[in-house]
Every structure is written in structure tokens, then in C-alpha cells.
Design a protein around this ligand. Structure first.
Ligand SMILES: NC(=O)c1ccc[n+]([C@@H]2O[C@H](COP(=O)([O-])OP(=O)(O)OC[C@H]3O[C@@H](n4cnc5c(N)ncnc54)[C@H](O)[C@@H]3O)[C@@H](O)[C@H]2O)c1
Length: 361
């Protein structure tokens, strides 16, 4: 693939970047972006979680190293890290779906909490400088249903099994940092990144708004919406990934960031599910939806993130407004609908969207 992004000037060029969860929604975009930056990407995932998937539809398996293992298996995970000797790790592998966390809490806890502990424990004997960005979620906060945005040092206390497992993961991360990665000779620099609901092309997960809509609309069906007034800090996947990337860059330059946590929230206010649907309809007039208010499990209605720290310390902020976010998302799926048999055309759209975004930052 032709690489046209400040090729030799970026700190990822020719570096080994290990990405867990590389077959998932965010992980596949991050792997593509890192590959575009000239990094040698090693991906770790237990499976390809959806069909179709962004990962396979752009042929990512052909141009990065893929390791299919379960991060619950410490030995396999440690071996890959030991052999690959990465310069950077982005840890995204997780059981990331709230509804699934109710159906299978044990697997959710094991993957999210024990999987992250397995990763941290595998780093204890690392003898080269390593930058680690661990991805959790806005759902780690104790939700007070307030409109004031949560700051990094606010109370943790996720309620549903997914949120709770991610809160517990953060306590474990903090414990590992304080217990094993806090000496003067420490080579492993770790930060935590929290973001909210991410949208963008290529997400095919079940029980998420945009993929559920896309599955229905690409088959000319109406979609069932369970909570049209629910608001979320929606933002485009590239905004959040840029946050993770900026965090890794700054952490490499400044070890005072080691052990810190950063929020990456959207530019403006939160938007309702119904506003997303109406914005989509502007670009895709034939789409339709029906509301069925039966919520079968507990889900928080309100969650805002305060991202002032990321703005101040990382100079990170969102670049896309609401309508651009929806436009990029709808544009990707429309391209997929037209060219679903052509990996090159789908890859080109994803690369073009990254290039477009790179020009904004
Ligand atoms: N998508 C969002 O809106 C959102 C919001 C907040 C936080 N997050 C967090 O961002 C990260 C990525 O989310 P996503 O939406 O790309 O998730 P996803 O569900 O699309 O992908 C999950 C990835 O993790 C891998 N995985 C799952 N269990 C595993 C295991 N036991 N061993 C190895 N690999 C395993 C899957 O194979 C897949 O590659 C997660 O940590 C998630 O909690 C996502």
C-alpha cells in the first residue's frame, strides 16, 4: 500500500507496534493507520468477531502479522510479547458489548480484567523501552446521571458487568504501575485512555446503534430502536484513535505522563440516538426505523466526558463536528454497499478517510 503520511518523520516508522484487538472495529482502523505510518504491526486477537468485518473487508490480514490467541492464556500472550519485542503496545482487546456482558459476565470479566493483568504481568521482565496505551471506557465512572463531564480523577464504579469489569481493570492497572513499574530504572511507560461511544465505517458489532442500522438498511429493512432519547458522547473512531496515538507520542517524549489517565470525549454536547438517525437520513433518504421501548437490561442514559486534560497536556481535541462525523460514517457504508466484492475499493475508502483526517490534525 502506498504510504503518503510524513513517512520518515513520525515516531512509529519502522517500529514494532503490537495491537491487541486488531480484528475488531477500533483495532482494525488503528492497525491500518499504524501500517500507513510505516510501523511493523503485530496484531493479537482471539477471533474475527463479526461477519462482515472491517479487518477482512480491507484485506488487513495480508499486510500485518496476525496472532490468533486468547489473552486469557498468559503463556501464549507472554511468548508473543517476548518474541516480538514491541516498541509500542495498544491494548484494545476486550469483550466490549454491554448486552453480551450480561449474557456472559464471566467471560467478560476474564477477558477484560484477567486479560489485561496477563498483559501487564508479561511486561514485568521487559528490558527495552516500551510505550503502552491501555484502552478502557467512559463506563468506568460511577455514573451520577449529571450533565457535568466526568474528569479523570472522578470516582470509578461501573455498574453493568462490562463497565464494572473495566473499572476493576483500571484498579488492577494502577496496582501494577505502583507495584512493578515505578522504579527509576523502569522502562515500561503506561497510560490509560478512556473514550465513549465511537462510530465510523466498518463497525459490524451486534447491539450497537450504527451497525444494527447498517445491517438493516443495507438489506432495505427498517431498524428497531430501543431508546431514541438516550444520549451518548458519540464521536468518530479516527478522533479517538488520534487521541491514543497522540498519547503514545507524548508518553514517549515525557515520562511524567507515566501512570496517568486521559479522557477523549467529543467536541460538542452529547447527541440523542434520534438525532443520529435524522442526520443519517439526510445522506440516505430511504432509511427507516421503528421505536420499541422495551429495555431488557440496565443502561445508563447520560454520560459526559471532560477532556480538558487531553487538550492541555496532549493538545488533543476533536476535529469533526456532528454532521461531518455522520457524513464520514454513512459515506463508508455506502461505499461498502457499492463495492462489497472489491477489497481494494473498500481499503481505498478507509485509507482515504484516514488521509482526510490526517490533514485536519
Ligand atoms: N466501540 C466503542 O464504542 C467503545 C467505547 C468505549 C470503549 N471501547 C473500548 O475500546 C476497545 C475496542 O473496542 P471495539 O469497539 O473495537 O471492540 P470490538 O468488539 O469491535 O473488538 C474486540 C476485539 O477484541 C478481541 N478479543 C475479544 N476477546 C478477546 C480475548 N479473550 N482474547 C483476545 N482477543 C479478544 C476480538 O477478537 C476483537 O479483535 C475495547 O477495549 C472497548 O472496551 C469501545
Amino acid at each position: 500500500m502506498k504510504n503518503n503520511f510524513k513517512l520518515k518523520k513520525n515516531i512509529f516508522y519502522n517500529k514494532k507496534v503490537l495491537i491487541t484487538g486488531h480484528t475488531g472495529f477500533k483495532g482494525s482502523w488503528l492497525s491500518l493507520w499504524m501500517h500507513k505510518l510505516g510501523a511493523k504491526v503485530i496484531g493479537i486477537s482471539k477471533d474475527i468477531p463479526t461477519k462482515p468485518s472491517h479487518f477482512l473487508s480491507i484485506g488487513l490480514n495480508k499486510f500485518i502479522k496476525n496472532k490468533i490467541i486468547d489473552i486469557q492464556n498468559k503463556k501464549q500472550l507472554s511468548n508473543i510479547i517476548k518474541k516480538s519485542k514491541p516498541d509500542f503496545i495498544f491494548h484494545l482487546a476486550a469483550q466490549a458489548i454491554v448486552k453480551k456482558s450480561y449474557e456472559d459476565p464471566i467471560d467478560t470479566w476474564k477477558t477484560n480484567l484477567v486479560g489485561t493483568i496477563n498483559l501487564l504481568d508479561s511486561l514485568r521482565n521487559i528490558n527495552k523501552k516500551l510505550i503502552v496505551v491501555l484502552i478502557t471506557s467512559d463506563k468506568v465512572y460511577k455514573n451520577l446521571e449529571t450533565t457535568i463531564g466526568y474528569k479523570e480523577d472522578d470516582l470509578l464504579g461501573g455498574v453493568d458487568p462490562y463497565g464494572a469489569s473495566k473499572s476493576a481493570t483500571e484498579i488492577a492497572i494502577n496496582s501494577y504501575i505502583k507495584s512493578y513499574f515505578n522504579s527509576n530504572k523502569n522502562l515500561v511507560q503506561i497510560c490509560v485512555a478512556r473514550a465513549g461511544n465511537v462510530i465510523g465505517g466498518g463497525d459490524w458489532s451486534y447491539n450497537r446503534l450504527v451497525p444494527d442500522c447498517m445491517r438493516a438498511w443495507l438489506n432495505n429493512k427498517s431498524v428497531i430502536i430501543r431508546n431514541p432519547n438516550s444520549t451518548r458522547p458519540w464521536q468518530h473512531v479516527l478522533e479517538v484513535l488520534n487521541g491514543y496515538i497522540q498519547l503514545a507520542i507524548k508518553l514517549k517524549k515525557d515520562n511524567k505522563l507515566h501512570g496517568q489517565t486521559f479522557n477523549f470525549g467529543p467536541l460538542n454536547k452529547n447527541y440523542k440516538v434520534s438525532q443520529i438517525l435524522k442526520e443519517m437520513k439526510k445522506k440516505w433518504p430511504q432509511i427507516n426505523w421503528n421505536v420499541r421501548n422495551k429495555v431488557k437490561f440496565f443502561e445508563n442514559n447520560l454520560l459526559n466526558l471532560n477532556s480538558n486534560k487531553s487538550l492541555k497536556k496532549l493538545k488533543w481535541k476533536c476535529k469533526l463536528n456532528f454532521s461531518e462525523t455522520i457524513f464520514l460514517t454513512a459515506d463508508w457504508y455506502k461505499n461498502f454497499q457499492t463495492y462489497k466484492k472489491s477489497k481494494n475499493k473498500i481499503l481505498k475508502k478507509s485509507v482515504d478517510q484516514i488521509s482526510y483526517y490526517e490533514k485536519l490534525i
